[in-house]
Design a protein around this ligand. Structure first.
Ligand SMILES: [Ca+2]
Ligand SMILES: [Ca+2]
Length: 110
């Protein structure tokens, strides 16, 4: 499915939900970056990603931005396994968390 097809599918999903349900589904986001200080290009996820290998982002992330009011859990291995870190809202360098170039899956927990 192309990105445009995905966007269209998401729009269709949201129009079928009540405003309150849409707010829950939309939530916030986490953007991970290849280098520290949000450099090197990033990808954004809105709820979870079980396998960053498929995104060409395995063991690459060095910084992350978590949107307001959320907490994300970062995992060393795919499918939410291995060592992990909890990251609250804000921008963080994973070098400071002992988690540089380790991230392989992630999910929103709050
Ligand atoms: Ca990196
Ligand atoms: Ca890893």
């Amino acid at each position: 499915m192309s990105n445009i097809d995905k966007m269209t599918a998401n729009e269709q999903l949201f129009t079928e939900l009540t405003p309150k349900e849409s707010a829950v589904v939309e939530g916030g986001y986490a953007t991970i970056y290849r280098h520290i200080n949000r450099q090197g290009g990033g990808i954004t996820r809105y709820s979870l990603d079980s396998n960053l290998v498929n995104d060409g982002f395995n063991d690459e992330a060095s910084s992350i931005t978590v949107s307001k009011g959320e907490v994300w859990q970062l995992f060393e291995h795919i499918n939410y396994t291995g060592q992990f870190r909890f990251v609250p809202e804000g921008t963080w360098n994973l070098t400071d968390l002992g988690f540089n170039d380790k991230l392989s899956s992630l999910r929103r927990v709050v």
